[in-house]
Design a protein around this ligand. Structure first.
Ligand code: FO1
Length: 315
């Protein structure tokens, strides 16, 4: 059973970890990661979403934040701060190593796919972690304060600005990575992890050719709603959905994904939304979706797979 998970930030990485725990053979899992959050800082290429998956699947992630490395120290950043002013983006010493090695690989001419695979191998990760594209794509957020780079909006200004629009710079000329296309082509099940539908899953779907690859894939495709009880479990998904005119609910997520997925997993607290979601032509499964422990991650992973397999069997 070949499984592809589309993942953005922390929620996506947690469910990807659940699949790694739940599958008999973790090599059957490919995680396609969002790279539109990527940016350059201090001359280094930072890929926060790929790194969150790398650290989570290797057991290195900081459980308090979900991103960065547990127990990391910040001596390098402290020194950088003495030279270049107060840092606004927290990069730990060990995390810096990832960015240094990645940047060196990219400068050498290796693709982001190759560099990411090499980092994953070094960390002992069995599933494939592949970028949506090898080409740079940058999420830009339109706010009343003007157009902001994603990390400036998200981290620098703590996603406090109203979101008037979002666009993905470079997306028109970006190509999907061959690794992502191949994984979609051979997948039995595709899962959209509970990541922000606008800025985490949105860029992956916006890469030209990606929607077609999803449509052509023989896989059953299900998503897990990142909106529970009208709120995002983490991050600015709720404000973004509202700002862009979507309903802030699992129904709003369903409406965005309708036509691309076969089914949506929603939380028990949202059970009453099921009939409206079904009216969009989607199957619905209601379960606990909040992942507080590794057991929760594995359980949600097993539930997602069983749901997809049931939809497949129902034809
Ligand atoms: N998120 C923050 O809120 N503040 C940070 O200082 C921060 C640093 C950081 C460093 C490395 C990394 O891989 C991720 C980091 N993140 C930080 C998370 C990241 O910016 C966001 O979670 C994603 O871009 C949204 O998916």
């Amino acid at each position: 059973m070949k499984l592809v998970a589309l993942a953005g930030g922390v929620g996506g990485a947690k469910l990807a970890h659940g699949f790694q725990l739940a599958l008999d053979n973790a090599a059957d899992l490919t995680v396609i990661g969002n790279t539109a959050d990527d940016f350059d800082l201090y001359g280094l290429r930072i890929c926060p979403d790929l790194d969150t998956v790398l650290y989570t699947l290797s057991g290195l992630a900081n459980p308090a934040t979900g991103w960065g490395i547990e127990g990391d120290t910040f001596a390098t950043l402290e020194m950088v701060g003495r030279y270049a002013g107060k840092p606004w983006f927290q990069l730990g010493d060990r995390d810096f190593a990832t960015h240094i090695v990645r940047t060196e690989g990219l400068r050498r001419g290796d693709s982001l796919t190759a560099v990411t695979a090499s980092l994953a191998r070094a960390l002992g990760i069995v599933p494939a972690i592949v970028p949506m594209s090898n080409d740079p794509v940058a999420t830009m957020v339109n706010t009343p304060a003007g157009r902001l780079d994603f990390q400036e909006y998200f981290v620098g200004r703590r996603h406090a600005d109203e979101v008037l629009g979002v666009h993905f710079e470079g997306i028109d000329t970006a190509e999907p990575s061959q690794a992502a296309l191949k994984a979609l082509h051979t997948a039995d099940v595709i899962v959209f992890c509970p990541s922000n539908p606008i800025v985490s899953i949105g860029p992956i779907l916006a890469v030209p050719g990606m929607r077609e690859a999803l449509k052509l894939s023989p896989a059953t495709t299900v998503a897990v709603s990142p909106i529970v009880g009208g709120q995002a479990l983490k991050g600015p998904a709720a404000q973004m959905l509202a700002g862009l005119g979507h309903e802030v609910s699992a129904y709003g997520v369903a409406a965005i994904y309708a036509g691309i997925i076969d089914g949506l997993i929603i939380d028990r607290v949202d059970a009453s939304l099921a009939p409206r979601i079904e009216a969009l032509g989607l199957q619905v499964h209601v379960t606990e979706t909040v992942m507080r422990s590794n057991d929760d991650r594995a359980e949600l992973a097993r539930t997602s797979l069983a749901f997809a397999q049931r939809l497949d069997a129902d034809g």
